[in-house]
Design a binder for this molecule. Structure first.
Ligand SMILES: C[S@@+](CC[C@H](N)C(=O)[O-])C[C@H]1O[C@@H](n2cnc3c(N)ncnc32)[C@H](O)[C@@H]1O
Length: 269
């Protein structure tokens, strides 16, 4: 059983490797041993960002599993924080909504992701988007200062999800809210999938049961918790057979266990 710190190092290593790869490379090479990151799953999970206002192709590494900015009710002038901002995909979309009077702060613990996001912001000449290196379990932002938090396919990678949602609560203003896209489970994963490092980095093995996820949010003090979107994710057999016999992979596919992308909203009272 890996420790929380070991899981974080694994995540940093894998996302450090893919930070400077293109979306296409991530989608095609990850099925092989190319980048070793395992998120061939992302090609299955990611949604189409290209039509969204503020879309920046260089920031889109194909790593998301929803469109949280579409559900986050962001307003002009808001201060928005994107937890696990990667190369800045959601942060740049949020920036186009908050406008010149608002502010967007991306937080990521992988230095290569922060470097790539900063480079993207510099190229575009944006002064109201900032990327800070930091851990979601200890967010480097002052209490009660944020209007909206978004996050895309990240909380499943955070070992202590209760702490992550407590930190989300701490930085939000009273009356603020979040909209977070993430992976959750309904039923148990086979042990070989659950214990595979690549399936952890690929946003599957670290996912919580859906009911536990909602309970974690509630325990952090949030109210009006609403699942805004739910979509089942199917992991192709060619990925499953890396961890399971063909027979077990087929049995898993037919089982009641479901892997879901959800977008969930909640208010801080
Ligand atoms: C699946 S990628 C998603 C990136 C981005 N949200 C997107 O949709 O393109 C997960 C990101 O979360 C970051 N991450 C994972 N755990 C984190 C933690 N505990 N603190 C800060 N960042 C974290 C990783 O470094 C990585 O950039």
């Amino acid at each position: 059983m890996a420790t929380d710190q070991e899981l974080k190092e694994l995540v940093k290593e894998k996302y450090g490797e893919i930070a400077f790869q293109s979306k296409e490379q991530n989608e095609t090479s990850c099925c092989g041993s190319g980048c070793g990151c395992g998120p061939s799953d992302f090609a299955v999970m990611a949604e189409d960002y290209t039509k969204l206002s503020g879309y920046v192709a260089d920031a889109d590494l194909g790593l998301g599993c929803g469109l949280p900015t579409e559900f986050a009710q962001i307003r002009s002038g808001d201060t928005v924080v994107d937890l696990g901002s990667g190369a800045g995909n959601d942060a740049f979309v949020a920036r186009s909504i908050v406008g010149e009077n608002g502010k967007v702060i991306g937080i990521d613990m992988t230095e290569q992701m922060i470097a790539k996001a900063k480079k993207n912001a510099e190229k575009l000449g944006f002064s109201n988007v900032e990327f800070l290196s930091g851990d979601i379990e200890n967010i480097p932002i002052t209490d009660n200062t944020v209007d909206v938090v978004v996050s895309n396919c990240v909380m499943n990678l955070v070992p202590n999800k209760q702490k992550a949602f407590a930190e989300t609560y701490r930085i939000l203003k009273s009356g603020g809210h979040f909209s977070i896209s993430d992976i959750v489970l309904n039923g148990e994963l086979p042990a070989n999938v659950k214990n595979a490092a690549e399936m952890y980095a690929g946003c599957v093995a670290g996912a919580q049961q859906m009911d536990d996820y909602i309970a974690t949010i509630k325990n952090a003090g949030f109210v009006n918790i609403t699942v805004q979107k739910k979509r089942e994710i199917y992991i192709p057999n060619e990925i499953l057979v890396k961890y399971l016999s063909l027979e077990d992979a087929l049995a898993f596919t037919k089982s009641d266990t479901g892997i879901f992308s959800i977008t969930v909203y909640a208010d801080k009272p």
